[in-house]
Design a protein around this ligand. Structure first.
Ligand SMILES: NC(=O)c1ccc[n+]([C@@H]2O[C@H](COP(=O)([O-])OP(=O)(O)OC[C@H]3O[C@@H](n4cnc5c(N)ncnc54)[C@H](OP(=O)(O)O)[C@@H]3O)[C@@H](O)[C@H]2O)c1
Length: 211
């Protein structure tokens, strides 16, 4: 039993994880399921989240897979509605979906990729939080974890879109924390150290849990 499993007891809780098809989100989905939560795995690639969801169920957990693009607000709302319908409510939200689409200095950057990075990493996190809040309020309490990046306070040449979006997400985290405190909903940013995933160039299907 891992240290996390020994300490955490999420039995009876329902967690929605965005970007759960690969990498860090996939590992978080597994950890939540190991700790007893019903886990809704979401990303755009349905085959990947279905696979993760099936693995959770095969290990005795409860899970569902829902395809949603966090840049699409109605689709994100539908994700949370489906999760609440299936499991009776939502307690935990992990806004993990993110992209790093280019590594070029501003003067050579592709304006469309720059915008797309901010759309996923910042607007997507806003959409996730916005769609989740009514469900967490209905429960009378909740946890929202926004996956951030240390890049938000380190100016790295070529990483302007990623770093700028992550800095925005940090301010969004702090604002949400203050706005939702009275509703008993805690909001925290979690910054992983460097992890070998598809985003960091370790292949399409790399999962840190070693699957
Ligand atoms: N890896 C690191 O070293 C590191 C360090 C610090 C922070 N982070 C952060 O950790 C998070 C996960 O990164 P990772 O390295 O695990 O990346 P990854 O392996 O590339 O996985 C990203 C996940 O997000 C999903 N996703 C991407 N765009 C999406 C969208 N528009 N809507 C819904 N889902 C979307 C992807 O699935 P689809 O493409 O199928 O949608 C995938 O499941 C990111 O927010 C990243 O910024 C990573």
């Amino acid at each position: 039993m891992s240290e996390f499993q020994a300490q955490a007891n999420l039995r009876g809780k329902v967690a929605v994880i965005t970007g759960a098809g690969r990498g860090i989100g996939r590992a978080i989905a597994r950890a939540c399921a190991d700790a007893g939560a019903a886990v809704v795995c979401s990303a755009r690639t349905i085959a990947e989240v279905q696979e993760k969801s099936r693995m959770i169920e095969a290990a005795g957990g409860r899970s569902a897979a829902v395809a949603a693009d966090v840049c699409d607000y109605p689709a994100t709302e539908a994700l949370f509605a489906a999760a609440a319908d299936q499991f009776g409510g939502i307690d935990i939200v992990v806004a993990n979906a993110g992209v790093s689409l280019e590594s070029r200095k501003v003067e050579h950057s592709d304006p469309l990729l720059w915008k797309q990075t901010v759309e996923v990493n910042l607007v997507g996190v806003f959409n996730t939080a916005r769609a989740a809040i009514p469900h967490l309020r209905r429960r009378g309490a909740g946890k929202m974890i926004l996956i951030g990046s240390g890049s938000r306070h380190r100016p790295n040449p070529g990483m302007s879109s990623y770093a700028s979006s992550e800095l925005g997400t940090w301010m969004l985290t702090q604002t949400l924390a203050v706005e939702l405190q009275s509703a008993n909903i805690s909001v925290n940013e979690l910054i992983p150290g460097p992890v070998r995933t598809a985003m960091t160039g370790f292949g399409e299907k790399f999962a840190p849990e070693g699957e």
